[in-house]
Design a protein around this ligand. Structure first.
Ligand code: NAP
Length: 319
């Protein structure tokens, strides 16, 4: 992951582009490929996390075309290389202010200002963190936010899942394909998950449930081996042995920049129609910033392609 630091030097007149893409995950880079092939000469602002969530994923086994799997960072590089081959320009800079009140849209970054005839927002979502000691240090060493990505590495091991929503149930059940035991730890007695996923999880013989309980800290020397659990009703604390901690407590879409300018749902996800169009004509979305449901590399890439096709049509109709 490449952290983009602000550059205090300010920079010349605004650059006018036909198509500006915010975000360099599978959605943003697929949009760039399609937009470049349509001669829109797109500029991609890579954002704070180059490659997005996929670059944090060790191995991807469910992206078609890679029967022997592909590393997350490697896939990002391939996406980038393919888009650049057709003229896309990936810039390691981040949008810090946008004005969508008139076209061309104004986008201010750390480095400069852009005027964009069309904008594709692919800023993604960030998995929520527990914020407990050990979580950051042991991420990728037993702490994970993606069962589909990392479950395979927990073959015949014991893991815990944190959360009580649909994701926790679905991913927990998925993890039982690999793990010996999946213990789901939830902070309340009632679950937020819908009946069907909850029932399936409860009927799964490899799943156990600990309710009214939180994880206070995650410990391990180089790899997770224990969590401290606290029962919120009794106050009892216990050291619980585990090889993995999968955290599914929701995602936060990266939409703060667009507040008050684009329609969002109650969770802050951008609202778009099936053409990837937002409430502002000329502004399109792609990927998890508008998708709390599928959250896969392939679905995000597909949304990116669709957004770029629509942006191209929009420019034909609104030169
Ligand atoms: P979610 O529904 O927001 O659930 C998050 C869970 O994490 C809740 O149980 C919440 O507890 C818990 N939580 C939140 N912050 C916590 C913290 N700091 N410490 C401990 N626990 C915490 O998120 P989600 O499960 O990712 O689902 C997101 C959306 O995607 C939902 O609309 C869901 O229906 C949908 N989805 C659907 C499917 C499907 O249909 N197949 C699969 C996955 C997701 P509380 O309940 O106490 O608040």
């Amino acid at each position: 992951m490449l952290e983009v630091k602000p550059n205090q030097e300010s920079a010349g007149p605004p650059e006018h582009v036909k198509n500006l893409i915010l975000g360099s995950g599978p959605a943003g880079l697929s949009a760039a490929l399609y937009s470049a092939r349509a001669q829109l000469e797109p500029v991609v602002l890579a954002g704070q996390e180059y490659g997005g969530q996929v670059s944090l994923t060790h191995i991807i086994e469910n992206y078609p075309g890679f029967p022997d799997a592909v590393g997350g960072p490697e896939l990002t590089e391939l996406f980038k290389k393919q888009a650049e081959r057709f003229g896309a320009r990936v810039v390691f800079d981040t949008a810090i202010e946008v004005d969508l009140s008139q076209r061309p849209f104004r986008v201010k970054t750390y480095e400069k200002e852009y005027l964009a005839d069309t904008l594709i927002i692919a800023t993604g979502a960030t998995p929520r963190h527990l914020g407990v000691p050990g979580e950051v240090e042991l991420t990728g060493r037993g702490v994970s936010y993606c069962g589909t990505c990392d479950g395979f590495f927990f073959k015949d091991k014991d893991v815990i899942v944190v959360g009580g929503g649909d994701s926790a149930m679905e991913e927990g059940a998925f993890l039982t394909r690999f793990a010996n035991n999946v213990t789901l730890v939830h902070r309340r007695e009632e679950f937020r998950a819908g009946d069907l996923l909850l029932q399936r999880a409860k009927e799964n013989p490899k799943m156990k449930f600990i309710t009214d309980t939180v994880v206070n800290k995650i410990e391990g020397n180089g790899a997770v081996n224990t969590v401290e659990l606290e029962n919120l009703k009794t106050g009892d604390k216990q050291a619980f042995k585990t090889d993995g901690v999968f955290i599914f407590i929701g995602h936060t879409p990266n939409t703060q920049l667009f507040q008050g300018q684009l329609e969002m749902d109650a969770g802050g996800y951008l609202i778009a129609n099936k053409y990837m169009e937002t409430s502002v004509p000329g502004v399109f979305v792609a990927g998890e910033v508008a998708d709390p449901h599928f959250r896969q590399v392939i679905t995000s890439a597909g949304m990116g392609a669709a957004a770029a096709i629509q942006a191209t049509r929009f420019l034909e109709e609104n030169p």
